[in-house]
Design a protein around this ligand. Structure first.
Ligand code: NAD
Length: 267
């Protein structure tokens, strides 16, 4: 018995680092999964792997900035599984993060591209999934935002601003559709190590490790298991929240963590 038996869910960016972990864990919890991603990420291949392991899954190629494709994604989910109980709105223009610098130097086109995917794309997914959820009596949407949504950053200008927009979008969904049974929450990961981030310089990973309040950095399952909880009936009273899943990185004064990491006496 899984916690999501009988439910059908869509994971956007479902073949990426965090998204593939989510697709896999949600399937193990009993959900029928729509792995939705751009063609280059081969979402159908991951869906076929899941199906070969005995899970119910389909892959859908989608660019979430294209409204027609998003509408087709929602229709494909209903055609395959008859309903949509969960949307993990997880896709983002992560390729832009590497060059997302000072706001005085950022090219306008980079900001617009980040806005198109992170905000408009996430909104389009909600726009076409919510009517299905309302008609069937409810559902749960979880957007992947980022810790960058709640704190200023020396870089990550477009990323942080658009992720703050994602947090606000989920509050808006909860406010406008909560009484019709749709829950909407945001998970804000800290650094998550997967095949797309493990190449990051050791020095960078060590700084993050020095600042989390857990013995190790998180992997995709840290986010996936939280999404599974938010999709489950156990979370039926969790509504409109933005929750950091970051090993506690945001709850303390970072200067003190740095001092402790250097083993410098405090007094
Ligand atoms: N890995 C981390 O440390 C971290 C930290 C905070 C937040 N996040 C967030 O987690 C989510 C997943 O990121 P990730 O780390 O797995 O990176 P990733 O690059 O592996 O995943 C992003 C996914 O979004 C998909 N995508 C991008 N543009 C799309 C579009 N137009 N249409 C459909 N799909 C599109 C990509 O193909 C990819 O599968 C993102 O929202 C990211 O901002 C990640």
């Amino acid at each position: 018995m899984g916690t999501l038996d009988g439910k059908a869910v869509i994971v956007t960016g479902g073949a990426g680092g965090i998204g593939s972990g989510s697709s896999q864990l949600l399937a193990r919890e009993g959900a029928a999964v729509v792995v939705a991603d751009i063609p280059a990420m081969a979402p159908r291949a991951l869906a076929e792997e899941l199906a070969a392991s005995g899970h119910r899954a389909i892959g859908v190629e989608v660019d979430i900035t294209d409204e027609g494709q998003v509408e087709a994604m929602a229709k494909a989910a209903v055609a395959a599984f008859g309903r949509i109980d969960g949307l993990h709105a997880n896709a983002a223009a992560t390729r832009l993060v590497a060059t997302d610098g000072l706001l005085t130097e950022l090219p306008r086109s980079d900001f617009e591209d980040a806005f198109q995917v992170n905000v408009i794309g996430t909104w389009l997914c909600c726009k076409h999934v919510i009517p299905v959820m309302v008609e069937q009596g409810g559902g749960s949407i979880v957007a992947t935002s980022s810790g960058a949504a709640t704190h200023g950053d020396i870089r990550n200008t477009a990323y942080g601003v658009t992720k703050a927009g994602v947090n606000q979008l989920m509050r808006t969904v909860a406010t406008q559709f909560g009484r019709q049974g749709v829950r909407a929450n945001t998970v804000m990961p800290g650094l998550i190590i997967h095949r797309g981030t493990e190449f990051l310089p050791e020095q960078f990973k060590q700084v993050i490790l020095d600042n989390v309040l857990t013995p190790e950095l998180g992997g995709p399952e840290a986010i996936a298991s939280f999404v599974a909880y938010l999709f489950s009936d156990a979370a039926r009273y969790v509504q409109g929240q933005s929750i950091h899943v970051d090993g506690g990185m945001h709850v303390h004064v970072p200067q003190l963590a740095s001092i402790l990491a250097q083993q410098t006496p405090l007094f």
